[in-house]
Design a protein. Structure first.
Length: 95
């Protein structure tokens, strides 16, 4: 709604949107509330176990990236760029 320029949404509008989504998709979608009061929607094709596994995986990745040493990350990025440039340079016919 914010992307359309709506700053505040009335509670009745929120309730109406949720009811419309639940009517349209029925048992295909699950709607739960997170700890911040926001609604999360996930498809029925995913089980709770799959969602938990994916969540744990993303948490591990985030933790690894957040505690990563800045110098180490820069070094890895530089090495990857160098390798990419070398690969591309081989494809270009240089005089």
């Amino acid at each position: 709604m914010k992307s359309f320029g709506v700053d505040q949404v009335q509670d009745s509008t929120k309730k109406h949107l949720r009811e419309t989504i639940e009517e349209d998709f029925g048992g295909f979608l699950h709607i739960i509330q997170d700890h911040n009061g926001k609604l999360l929607i996930y498809p029925d094709s995913l089980t709770v176990q799959e969602l938990v596994r994916e969540n744990q995986s993303l948490k591990k990745q985030l933790k690894a990236l957040s505690r990563g040493d800045a110098q180490e990350l820069q070094t890895k990025a530089a090495k990857q760029l160098r390798a990419d440039i070398k690969t591309k340079a081989k494809d270009i016919n240089q005089s």
